[in-house]
Structures are given as C-alpha cells and as structure tokens.
Design a protein around this ligand. Structure first.
Ligand SMILES: NC(=O)c1ccc[n+]([C@@H]2O[C@H](COP(=O)([O-])OP(=O)(O)OC[C@H]3O[C@@H](n4cnc5c(N)ncnc54)[C@H](OP(=O)(O)O)[C@@H]3O)[C@@H](O)[C@H]2O)c1
Length: 302
C-alpha cells in the first residue's frame, strides 16, 4: 500500500510510521516544513491552507494524526490552535482527497474519547451521544470535518483514542516520577473512569483499521477494561512496588491546570471498544496490570 501519514513525527505517528515501513508499503509523511522535502515527504500547512496536492494522487490510504498537543494551559490562543489544527487541517486534507482524480480508498482520522465528555459510570459505545465541554466540541467538529470524504466514497474511520500509555511518551512518564518517589495517589477522588490503551495496541488498532475494509465510522480505541482513577493509581503503585495513597484533590488539579486538568484528569469516560472487539481485534495488553508492567519495564518495550 501507498500510505500517507500526517503527524508522523508525533508520539503515536512515529511508532506507526515504523510499523508501516515494511517492504510491501510505501510510506509518505505529510509534514509542516518550509525546507526542501524528500521523496518520502509531502508538504502541507494547515494554518495557511496549503498542501502538495499533486503528490497526493495514487495514494491508497491516509492516516491523519496531526493536531496541536492538548497538554498545557488552555488559554484562548491555545484553544484556538487545538481546534483549528484539527478542524481546519482535516477540512484541508479532506477537500484535497475528495478532489483527486483517484481518491484514496481509506482515510483513518484520529479523534479522542474526549468526544463523550464527563459521563460518570455510563458505558459509552460508538453509538453513544457526544458530551459537553471543549474537547467534546472539538472532537465533534473534527469528526464532522471528514464528511466530505465519506461523500466522495472514501472509507472513513474515526479512531477515538483513549489515554495512550507508553513508558516512552504521552502522559504516563510524567506520572511515574511522583509514583516512584512514593508520592502518587488517586486524582480528584478517584471515582472517575480512565479509558486507556497501550501504544502498541493503539498502533495495532490503527493498522487493523487500515486493513479491515468493513470497518468505518467512529471506533473506540481503548482497552476492553476501563478502570477508575483510584484503581489506575493503585495498580501503578503495585507495579512500581511503591505506596500510592497520597490523593491529589480536584481543587488542586483545577487550580494548577485549569480547564485542561478538569477535562483530561477529572472527567469520567467509561468507554467500551465494541466495534474493535466485534471485528475480532486482538489486544496485546487487555488488562491494566500487564499494560502498566510492560510500560514501566526499564528500558520500556512499549
Ligand atoms: N496520545 C494520546 O493519549 C491521545 C489520546 C487521544 C487522542 N489523541 C489524538 O491522536 C493524535 C495523535 O496523538 P499524539 O499523541 O501522537 O500527538 P502528538 O505527539 O502531539 O503529535 C501530533 C503531531 O501533530 C502535528 N502538529 C502539532 N501541532 C500542530 C499544529 N498546530 N497544526 C498541525 N499539526 C500539528 C505534529 O506533526 P508535524 O510536526 O510532523 O506536523 C505532531 O507531531 C492527536 O490528534 C491526538 O489529539 C492522542
């Protein structure tokens, strides 16, 4: 397959790019650069609406992962970048793909379980409605921006990723130091559900979505076992053989991290991967204990 990937240098994209770079595939990275591009790169700039249209012809599938990282203080400027990089970036890509003489067969577009908002212990499947809040709005607009691709006959899959766990990137390494010092514990009461997946399984699920021609629409990319924040903290403490009893109250999270802390750390989303399991996807790490063990090994394999 000839596959183009946006966000190929990011946390998920770099591992995915390595996994897809086998002799049977040709992988092209869609990059934001003003410098000369190589034969394996396509240039775009979602902020200015420019893209190397000519070299998009003949591509079999596009994996679209690009977007401003959501970590950081959500000032109005940061929020605009989070939203615009996803919504305008997706529109630019989709309009380009739909206008090609030979559009690709598949567009695999990232989204997030943030789509569901704060839902306590409700089990959330791909059929559940979207929630409220900034991330839920961004995810809805981001997914809606793919509509033109479906209308052009392209199979579109929106991967609603949960918290992607790895010892080498994403949110987990930031949590490890306090836990290793015995200063870890549940966040904000610990009743809220965390829907997670290891990086290995997130990448395999993306490859699965590329291959499974019957899969389309939203797909929850989470492990089959979501856990409460309290259970997550307790398991991480066990895996590291450290106590994990020091709670971090919600008001401290909100005070330090504002809306980002509320939506990313305090919101509850108990998400079920119905479409992946129904389609026969096999997880390497279906259970939180094994997942965290794999992530916390030194040097980490995942
Ligand atoms: N990691 C998670 O736990 C998680 C959970 C849920 C959803 N997701 C979603 O999955 C996607 C990939 O996640 P990730 O963790 O790999 O993200 P990441 O490490 O932050 O990488 C995203 C990539 O997007 C591009 N990018 C950054 N800022 C941009 C901007 N302002 N405009 C356009 N492109 C920009 C960059 O690639 P270039 O520099 O090459 O352009 C960057 O490498 C993201 O859309 C993210 O929201 C991730």
């Amino acid at each position: 397959m000839k596959i183009a990937i946006s966000g190929a240098g990011g946390f998920i994209g770099s591992t995915l790019t390595r996994a897809l770079s086998v002799p049977e595939n040709q992988v092209l990275r869609i990059v934001r650069t003003n410098a000369e591009t190589s034969a394996s790169e396509l240039r775009w700039n979602p902020a200015t609406g420019t893209i190397d249209r000519k070299h998009m012809e003949g591509i079999d599938a596009v994996v679209h992962l690009a977007g401003e990282n959501i970590v950081g203080r959500w000032t109005q400027d940061k929020k605009n970048r989070i939203r615009d990089s996803r919504v305008l970036g997706t529109r630019l890509l989709v309009e380009t793909l739909a206008g090609l003489t030979h559009p690709p067969k598949a567009l695999i577009c990232a989204s997030a379980t943030g789509y569901y908002g704060d839902r306590r212990d409700e089990v959330l499947t791909e059929k559940s409605s979207s929630g409220r809040g900034f991330l839920a709005e961004v995810c809805s607009e981001w997914e809606e921006a793919t509509t033109l691709a479906s209308a052009a006959g392209i199979r579109v899959v929106m991967l609603r990723f949960g918290l992607v766990l790895s010892g080498r990137g994403g949110g987990l390494p930031r949590m490890l130091l306090p836990f290793r010092l015995g200063l870890g514990g549940p966040i904000g009461g610990g009743q809220q559900y965390v829907s997670w997946i290891t990086l290995v399984d997130a990448v395999h699920a993306t490859q699965f979505a590329l291959e499974q021609e019957t899969l389309s629409g939203p797909v929850n990319v989470v492990a089959p076992q979501s856990v409460t924040q309290r259970e997550f903290a307790r398991t991480l403490g066990n895996v590291l053989s450290r106590p994990a009893f020091l709670p971090i109250p919600a008001f401290i999270v909100r005070g330090l991290l504002g809306d980002m802390g509320q939506e990313v750390l305090l919101n509850s989303a108990r998400v079920a991967p119905n479409k992946l399991t129904d389609a026969g996807f096999q997880y390497e790490h279906p259970v939180i204990e094994n997942a965290l063990q794999a992530c916390c090994q030194r040097p980490s394999r995942t």
